[in-house]
Ligand binder design. Structure first.
Ligand code: PGA
Ligand code: ZN
Length: 399
């Protein structure tokens, strides 16, 4: 039984305050988790409230309903109470940030009571033995860095890595090689919010550099490395003109579809996230029809980890995969339900960090527990390596 829920503000990787939760149980179980935070957030995400307001509201509405009432190990019960206590569709009362921190902390306390690692508590004993391939953000811009690429993320994908550790090190090597190639071209570069290089170059040059970096590292490590993109196209889309606004050009929807399809062909992309606007299921469907057998067309801002939006997309053939971010929807139960619905309909799931992160490692466990093919959690930087190193430890424990 939960005996206490403590909430506080801690720092995230952008230097902003975020919500951290501790859940304590009668039998001495303890779990702690912190909410991440997006910058290129989807229009239909659950609501992140200002942390002090989210904490005050959660203390008032949710904590009294949990303490002495719910079992930390019963995730559906805990998350159901969070929903009922909030009373809105989008967690605008207690904040998705309070909700997700409590939900994840309860899961950890539940695992602690059982003496099981979190991935095992979440996945059960029949979970798969496969480990997710980490997608490493190596160059990026968009909302994550000023004066950098239009495409938000260029993602290294070490699909042939024999182990999760090999994959993690391969992505770090691609990241380092990108830096060397930028030096050779005399292009200075700082880093964006997720640790990717954020040079002031156009997308065409970024493609050249990433392609070269990937093949250089591929030759060194001897296994296949491909790459993918998060276009975050909703951030470029202009509702008035109905065009995608790039630094050097603008594309209407048909041109955007053709452009992305060409990129998939030319670079043999394994993954393309949010290639189109978050309201345009139809354009997503057209692109998926065209390239869906060659690449994962993934909805992030499109689906926002929401089963209703996913069901709508499945009906229309709008993608073939979904990005899973627990804080977009507010609870682990909702995130699990989205993964289940995806799986039942032949969609893949990709578990993801946010651009604002903490040292929290829950998503590493979630990705292993649900047996997803990819996890997107950066390549370097402490709040990213927290998850990557946790994956290495989990693999070490489990094999
Ligand atoms: P965000 O970006 O965390 O800033 O929303 C990540 C993404 O778009 O995948
Ligand atoms: Zn995205």
């Amino acid at each position: 039984l939960i005996t206490d829920v403590r909430l506080r503000e801690v720092l995230d990787s952008r230097g902003n305050p975020t919500v951290e939760a501790d859940v304590l149980t009668e039998s001495g179980g303890f779990g702690r988790a912190a909410a991440p935070s997006g910058a290129s957030t989807g229009e239909y995400e659950a609501i992140e409230r200002e942390p002090s307001a989210a904490i005050a509201a959660a203390r008032k509405h949710a904590v009294p309903r949990l303490v002495g009432e719910a079992f930390a190990g019963n995730q559906r019960e805990v998350d159901g109470i969070l929903r009922a206590a909030d009373g809105t569709e989008d967690f605008s009362e207690i904040g998705a940030n309070s909700a997700v921190a409590i939900s994840m902390a309860a899961a950890k306390a539940g695992a602690d009571v059982l003496g099981a690692p979190l991935f095992q508590h979440l996945g059960g004993t029949f979970r798969g033995q496969n480990f997710p391939v980490p997608l490493g953000n190596v160059i990026g811009g968009g909302e994550h860095a000023a004066d950098a690429t239009d495409i938000q993320e260029f993602l290294s994908a070490p699909v042939g890595a024999p182990s999760v550790a090999d994959a993690v090190f391969a992505n770090a090597a691609v990241h380092a090689t990108v830096s060397e190639l930028l030096h050779e071209r005399d292009v200075p570069a700082g880093k964006g919010d997720e640790g990717a290089w954020a040079p002031s170059i156009d997308d065409a040059e970024a493609f050249e550099i990433v392609e070269e970096a990937v093949s250089t590292v591929e030759a060194e490590v001897g296994f296949e490395i491909r790459f993918g993109l998060d276009v975050a196209a909703a951030e470029m889309y202009d509702d008035e003109s109905e065009t995608y606004e790039y630094s050097d050009t603008s594309r209407d929807t048909d041109q955007q579809i053709a452009y992305i399809a060409d990129l998939v062909e030319e670079y043999e992309l394994v993954y393309v996230e949010d290639p189109l606007d978050e309201n345009d299921y139809e354009a997503f469907a057209t692109l998926t029809e065209e390239v869906g057998d060659q690449t994962l067309v993934c909805g992030d801002d499109l689906f926002v980890t929401n089963t209703e939006r996913l069901a709508h997309g499945i009906d229309r053939g709008a993608a073939n995969s979904i990005l899973i971010k627990p804080n977009q929807i507010g609870t682990l139960t909702d995130a699990f339900d989205a993964i289940e619905l995806a799986r039942e309909n032949g969609y893949e799931s990709i578990v993801s960090h946010r651009s604002g992160e903490t040292e929290d490692t829950t998503i590493a466990h979630l990705a292993v527990a649900t047996d997803v093919p990819f996890i997107k959690t950066g390549a370097v930087g402490g709040e990213r390596t927290a998850k990557l190193n946790e994956l290495i430890r989990i693999a070490d424990d489990a094999t």
